[in-house]
Design a protein around this ligand. Structure first.
Ligand SMILES: NC(=O)c1ccc[n+]([C@@H]2O[C@H](COP(=O)([O-])OP(=O)(O)OC[C@H]3O[C@@H](n4cnc5c(N)ncnc54)[C@H](OP(=O)(O)O)[C@@H]3O)[C@@H](O)[C@H]2O)c1
Length: 407
C-alpha cells in the first residue's frame, strides 16, 4: 500500500485476464475507485483490446501470452514494461509491492501465479474456478497458513480468515462468503448453490444432442465468456462450483446442495444447524462480487443495480435433473474421488467445450467425454498431484483425445 501525503492509502493491484469478461468488469470497478492503483495487467490473444487497456490504465507491467502478438499492442506508454509468457505472470504475482492479485483468466494458467502471490504474502481475489478445482489441495493450505499467522498476531486482523486470502468472485461463492460473515464454521449445516439451469432447462433429453452452438451460448440470465456459458448449459459449471465450495469452505461433499433457481436472484445460501437459512440476493451483475472481493472487508456504493423484489414477484426453486444433465453428477463424483479425478475433469472439460465450440462433437457428447477421461486418467492412488503432475494430466488427456483414445 502507498500513501501520498494527505491522501487515503492506495491499494496496488494486478489483473490477470484483463481482456476477458471478468477482466473488463474488474477494470470498470477499479476505474470507479480512485484508491486502487493498477500496477500490472495480463492478457492472452486479444492484443488490440489489451493495447487500449494499457493506454487507458498505464500499468507498470503488461504481460502478453505470446511474443508474436506483442506488435499488435500498438503504442505503449513510457512507464509500461511489456513482458511475455507464464514466467512473467509468476514474477508479477510475487512482487512484494502488490496488495491484491485479481484473477480473471480461464483454465489453469493462473495456478502458479496464485501460489506465488500467496507465498509472497499477497491476497488473491479469484473468479477462476479451475485453479481451485484442480489445485485446491495446493492453494488452500497456503491461504490457511497465512490467515493463521495473521490471526495469531492480532485476532481482529481482517486477514485472519483464509477467505480474505483467497477471495471468491464467482457469484455463488461470493454469496456464501457474505452469508458466512460473523458465523462460526461449526454452525454450518449445508451450503446451497443455486443454478439458473441454463438455456436447456426445459428441453427433453432426446433433443439435447441436436442443440446448436448458438443456442448453447445463449445464457438466460448472465453474460459471460464462452467456456463458462457452455459449462452452465451442461451444468458442469455447477459441478465445478461444488468442488470449489468444498475447498473454499472446508466442508464435505455431503453438505453441499445444488438447487435450480431460474431467476438468478438468490446467488446462493447457507443453512445453519438451527434450521435458519441465510441467502444473498442481487441482480446478475458480476461487478458486485468483484467489488466485494477487492474492497473487503468494506462495502461501498457499486454500479450494480439492487434487485426490486416486488417487481421480481416470485422466486422458483427446483431440484436439478441429473438424468438430463449428467455433467453435474460426473463432476461431483470426481470431486469426491479426489484431486487426480478433479484435475482430469478440468482438462477433459476444457477439451470437450473447445471441441463442441469447434463443431466437432455434439452437446450430448460433452458428459461422455468427461466420464471417459476421468475413468482413464483420474483414478490414480498415492500422493495428490503436484504442479508438474497437473500439467502432465492436462497434456495426457489432450493427447489421448487427439489419438481417439477417449471420446
Ligand atoms: N464471466 C463470468 O461472468 C464469470 C463468472 C464466474 C466465474 N467466472 C470464471 O472466471 C474465469 C474467467 O472467465 P471469463 O468468462 O472472464 O473468461 P474469458 O472472457 O474467456 O476471459 C479469459 C481471460 O484470460 C485471458 N488469458 C487467456 N490465456 C492467457 C494467458 N496465457 N495469460 C494471460 N491471460 C490469458 C484472456 O485473454 P484474451 O481474451 O486476450 O485471449 C482473457 O482476458 C473462468 O474460470 C470462469 O469460470 C467467470
Amino acid at each position: 500500500m502507498t500513501t501520498a501525503p494527505g491522501h487515503e492509502p492506495r491499494v496496488r493491484v494486478a489483473v490477470l485476464g484483463s481482456t476477458g469478461s471478468i477482466g473488463r468488469q474488474t477494470l470498470d470497478v477499479l476505474a470507479r475507485n480512485p484508491r486502487f492503483e493498477v500496477v500490472g495487467l495480463a492478457a492472452g490473444r486479444n492484443v488490440e483490446r489489451f493495447g487500449d487497456q494499457i493506454r487507458a490504465v498505464g500499468p507498470a507491467v503488461a504481460i502478453v501470452a505470446e511474443d508474436a502478438r506483442r506488435d499488435g499492442l500498438g503504442t505503449i506508454p513510457d512507464g509500461t514494461r511489456v513482458q511475455v509468457g507464464d514466467e512473467a505472470l509468476d514474477e508479477l504475482a510475487a512482487r512484494t509491492d502488490l496488495d491484491l492479485l485479481i484473477v480473471g483468466t480461464g483454465g489453469m494458467v493462473s495456478l502458479r501465479p496464485v501460489i506465488a502471490a500467496l507465498r509472497a504474502g499477497t491476497p488473491v481475489a479469484t473468479a477462476n474456478k479451475e485453479t481451485l478445482v484442480a489445485g485446491g489441495h495446493l492453494v488452500m493450505p497456503i491461504a490457511r497458513a497465512q490467515a493463521a499467522a495473521r490471526s495469531a498476531a492480532d485476532p481482529a486482523d481482517p486477514l485472519g480468515s483464509p477467505l480474505a486470502w483467497i477471495r471468491p468472485i464467482d457469484s455463488e461463492h461470493s454469496a456464501i462468503w457474505q452469508c458466512l460473515a460473523g458465523e462460526r464454521a461449526g454452525s454450518i449445516a449445508r451450503l446451497i448453490l443455486t443454478a439458473s439451469g441454463g438455456p436447456f432447462l426445459d428441453l427433453p433429453a432426446e433433443e439435447l444432442a441436436n442443440v446448436t452452438i448458438a443456442q448453447a451460448l445463449r445464457h438466460p440470465t448472465w453474460a459471460m465468456g464462452d467456456k463458462i456459458t457452455i459449462d452452465s448449459a451442461t451444468l458442469a459449471n455447477k459441478g465445478l462450483e461444488v468442488i470449489e465450495a468444498h475447498w473454499l469452505y472446508d466442508v464435505g461433499y455431503d453438505m453441499i446442495d445444488v438447487v435450480i433457481h431460474p431467476q438468478s436472484v438468490v446467488h446462493s445460501a447457507v443453512r445453519f444447524v438451527d434450521g435458519s437459512v441465510k441467502a444473498q440476493l442481487g441482480t446478475p451483475d458480476m461487478r458486485l462480487p468483484i467489488q466485494y472481493a477487492i474492497t473487503y472487508p468494506d462495502r461501498q456504493a457499486s454500479p450494480a443495480a439492487a434487485p426490486d423484489l416486488a417487481a421480481i414477484g416470485r422466486l422458483d426453486f427446483l431440484p436439478p435433473d441429473e438424468g438430463r444433465f449428467p455433467a453435474l453428477r460426473i463432476a461431483r463424483s470426481a470431486g469426491r474421488s479426489g484431486p487426480w479425478a478433479s484435475a482430469a475433469l478440468i482438462a477433459a472439460d476444457d477439451v470437450a467445450v473447445s471441441r463442441f465450440l469447434a463443431g466437432d462433437i455434439t452437446f450430448a457428447d460433452i458428459p461422455r467425454l468427461l466420464e471417459s477421461a476421468i475413468g482413464r486418467f483420474g483414478s490414480r492412488s498415492g500422493p495428490p498431484p503436484g504442479l508438474d503432475d497437473l500439467v502432465a494430466v492436462d497434456a495426457d488427456i489432450r493427447a489421448a483425445y487427439a489419438r481417439g483414445a477417449i471420446a
